[in-house]
Design a protein around this ligand. Structure first.
Ligand code: ADP
Ligand code: 5GP
Length: 193
């Protein structure tokens, strides 16, 4: 990697089900020198997830200890009783190892990270084409109960109002189009010293 390029941060936020994970995974395969910031969470591990790879899965007691010790760059109770947070140590480690860092965080967390890093960060809001399509994607993903899906849809209506605060709104309608559009925007941002 060119040592002259300052390390940058790519923030990807969206209502749950809009396609944020799909977009982040795509960018990670594009050889851009990006590394994923693994967050801490108190939610239950899902089938197929690994502790220390997808998240650091913590008890609420341990999560609260990290807050007390000022170890989190930002944290949110994203859903009632479920906490998520970005570890300062993780971000610093990835930057020190020569990576740009990519975050998959909720919209409030995304705007907080952007505020902290300013021009060093590019904040992307992934927007679903419609709330009806969002519901259909969450149902199709088969990872959440009907009650959880209902809560996520309710929250999405509120989250969409934050979109104008982001640097770029990516409408994830055709996935192929969204992938190529985001790749272009992120490449431009990373190459601009
Ligand atoms: P998020 O991380 O925002 O919760 P995911 O990336 O898990 O969302 O996407 C939610 C579901 O929608 C997944 O099953 C994914 O495969 C699907 N999906 C993502 N993008 C599209 C798209 N453009 N068109 C149709 N389905 C999509
Ligand atoms: P999920 O439970 O589907 O993995 O994630 C739920 C929500 O929490 C998503 O919007 C995800 O982006 C968000 N999230 C994951 N990690 C963090 C984090 O460290 N901070 C914040 N604020 N949100 C996070």
């Amino acid at each position: 990697m060119d040592p002259g390029i300052k390390k940058k941060l790519i923030i990807v936020s969206a209502p749950s089900g809009a396609g944020k994970t799909t977009i982040v995974k795509h960018l990670l395969t594009c050889d851009l020198g990006l590394a994923f910031s693994i967050s801490a969470t108190t939610r239950a591990i899902r089938p197929g997830e690994l502790d220390g790879k997808d998240y650091f899965f913590l008890s609420e007691t341990d999560f609260r200890k990290m807050i007390e010790a000022n170890e989190l760059l930002e944290w949110e109770e994203v859903y009632k009783g479920t906490f998520y947070g970005t570890l300062k140590s993780e971000v610093n480690r990835l930057i020190n190892e020569g990576n740009h860092v990519i975050f998959d965080v909720d919209v409030v967390g995304g705007l907080n990270i952007k505020k902290f890093y300013g021009d060093q960060a590019f904040a992307i809001f992934v927007s679903p084409p419609s709330v009806a399509e969002l519901e259909s994607r969450l149902t199709g993903r088969k990872t959440d109960s009907d009650e959880t899906i209902r809560k996520r849809i309710e929250k999405a209506r509120w989250e969409i109002d934050f979109a104008p605060g982001f640097d770029f709104i990516l409408v994830n309608d055709s996935l192929e189009k969204a992938k190529s559009e985001v790749l272009k925007r992120v490449t431009d941002f990373l190459n601009n010293r």
